[in-house]
Ligand binder design. Structure first.
Ligand code: ATP
Length: 230
């Protein structure tokens, strides 16, 4: 990566519609300072994913402005913008290959040591070490031979290796066993540290620790604050 972003993100009166006449976001404004955790909450269809889709430039905004480090996102090269934004989805896709290869996907020239270091920071190392073939364990297509929690730990390790400046997390709602859940929590904690993080939040813990909570409803920010103020 040539340069780093600070991760200062501003939405200024952003409006957007996927289809003409059906506004989805209506004049959204907020500021995420470097390193902050922003929790996006709201009912299904309220526009949480759309906020993320605009930040990653999956769609062009109709009105208003989004800046990263003071520069409108349209002025960055798409690849450069996306290189600095890491995404960990509820169920990150794992390809057919070994666990090592799947983690290394975050940084293709990473050494074995770097891969394992990332896995340790992600709290994925322990479960991997307990597999008979450890880092050489083959992942079946989609990762169905691992639990969802284990797949998440691998996704976290991959993202740590990728080392993005801005992070997008779509938290899983599904049940994972308590032990894995604790590891995921700790891994996410390490992943978010020092990065501006946008979390589509389902866990109360995440919401409690967020610097800002944006409560979306029908395309607007209904409430904004932290857990103590709301
Ligand atoms: P969820 O919690 O279910 O993921 P959300 O808050 O993330 O919901 P969005 O996915 O941003 O909500 O969707 C907001 C609205 O935009 C919904 O009414 C949805 O139907 C609509 N929408 C989302 N994607 C598209 C699309 N590609 N084309 C048309 N409409 C879309």
């Amino acid at each position: 990566k040539a340069t780093h972003f600070n991760g200062h993100v501003v939405f200024e009166d952003v409006s957007f519609e996927y289809e003409q006449g059906k506004p989805i976001l209506k004049g959204i404004s907020f500021e995420a300072k470097q390193g902050e955790i922003i929790a996006l909450v709201g009912p299904t269809g309220s526009g949480k994913t759309t906020v993320i889709n605009l930040l990653t430039r999956f769609y062009p905004i109709d009105q208003g402005m989004i800046t990263v480090d003071g520069v409108p996102i349209e002025q960055y090269e798409m690849a450069s913008l996306r290189n600095h934004i890491g995404v960990v989805l509820q169920d990150t896709y794992l390809f057919s290959g070994t666990i090592r290869e799947n983690i290394r996907f975050g940084k293709l020239d990473a050494t074995d040591e770097e891969v394992e270091k990332a896995a340790k920071i992600a709290y994925a190392h322990k479960f991997i070490r307990h597999l008979p073939e450890q880092y050489e364990t083959a992942i079946t297509s989609g990762g169905t031979n691992l639990s969802q929690g284990q797949r998440q730990l691998i996704a976290i390790a991959r993202a740590i290796l990728e080392d993005p400046d801005i992070l997008i997390l779509d938290e899983a709602t599904s049940n994972v066993d308590t032990r894995t859940e604790v590891h995921i929590q700790k891994g996410l904690q390490n992943l978010m540290h020092g990065r501006t993080s946008f979390v589509i939040a389902h866990r109360l813990k995440t919401i409690e620790q967020a610097d800002q909570i944006l409560v979306l409803g029908q395309g607007e920010i209904l409430e904004q604050g932290n857990h103590d103020s709301l």
